[in-house]
Ligand binder design. Sequence first.
Ligand code: SF4
Ligand code: FE
Length: 483
Amino acid sequence: MMMNAVQYEESLRKLNLKVYMFGQRVTNVVDDPIIRPSMNAVAQTYELAHKPEHEDIMTAVSHLTGKKINRFTHIHQNVTDLVKKSKMGRLMGAHTGCCFQRCVGMDALNALSMTTYDIDQKYGTGYNARFLEYLLYVQENDLTCDGAMTDPKGDRSLAPHQQHDPDLYLRVVAEKPDGIVVRGAKAHQTGAVNSHEIIVMPTLTMRPADSDYAISFALPADADGITYIIGRQSCDTRKLEGKTFDIGNVLYGGHEALVVFDDVFVPWDRVFMYREYDFSGQLVEQFASYHRQSYACKVGVGDVLIGAAQTIAEFNGTDKTSHVRDKIIEMNQLNETLFCGTIACASEGHREPSGTYSVNTLLANVHKQNVTRFPYEIARLAQDIAGGLMVTLPSEKDLDSPEVGQWIRKYFQTREDVPLENRMRILRLIENLTLGTAAVGYLTESMHGAGSPQAQRIMISRQANMSIKVKQARKLCGISEND
Ligand code: SF4
Ligand code: FE
């Protein structure tokens, strides 16, 4: 059954997550004013799937059941599916103006559909059948999954088994007849407390000595022994002020969390990789490539920021000046270049042995590398157009003050026909996207999400076919093969 936003919210209420924020247990996660906007963003992945105008992008036909499902639970069956996934990311990013969190689970499911198959081919194991059972459960119940890859990693110069604390990478600590016991943590987990399930994968290529760490599994998000510690964001407590427009994005947001696994039991039917260290690198690469494609989301958020920059220019009366018009063109050119990348890696996708379609690895990495840069330039141009008031603007409470409100109204008025409240709202949105809570998603996550810039550069150097380029250059200028 495809849930809608209300059903999704109700389904989260049934979970008993152990969540901490500001040193205290959050007993009602769904209604917490800091977390709730992020839940609302995920809820839109459910809601838009029921809109006829978005049905083609937001839904797909399950290859397991033939039923209509939410695309976030779909395994890509062809290149068109991959292209629609990219378009879905932009659509959702523009709709929410933030990280809508559900892509990591989709990317984990797709990567596991390939890796479990390939492990079985080599070792005669039964992971793929087990995974498909799990996938069926996710599709039939329209679940949101947290795809958990990044370990805390401790001393970066040491392998997992060499760390002074062996738990700095998540590992198996005991094997039982009916499953395994795991310990460790996953950091920076996007949307963790809005998820029904958590899918754990290793974080890097492993060697034999690290086989305890070469594990992948899925658990209900409220399994015994899992604790979530919410990461704080710049300006997060503005959501507690009881006012609205200082928040910037008054509808949606995102969150990340540190997820701790303190000796958590995983039954065998939820284990998708167990000590096959030689496949950990493949799983990381396949998940990372999909997730780098998923940074189509930033194109959608860029759309919002460009719209906000145009709006403040109009409110200030600067929109007709040639330099502002040119800056808007520049923002669009950068943003559409990002769109080219996410569409290209999808269009150049291919079929893997399991039948799942995967993106072009080189182009997905080039796309994500561009994402580590262009949103910063788009943000710089937006701040240029917005002017300094974006960071010197008094609060909404000052506007309401009987003493000083009149001065704010008098001196921050621009065009006579523009209500000051609207000018303040749009400035706060630009602040939100470039400095506040959404800057986590639009800027820092563009830098480090789906792997930091250097991770993509390593993949680019591996994937760029240098010998052909060198050969062709030499041929054209007459250097013979034997020189
Ligand atoms: Fe999805 Fe983008 Fe958020 Fe990653 S950063 S979960 S790709 S919306
Ligand atoms: Fe991400």
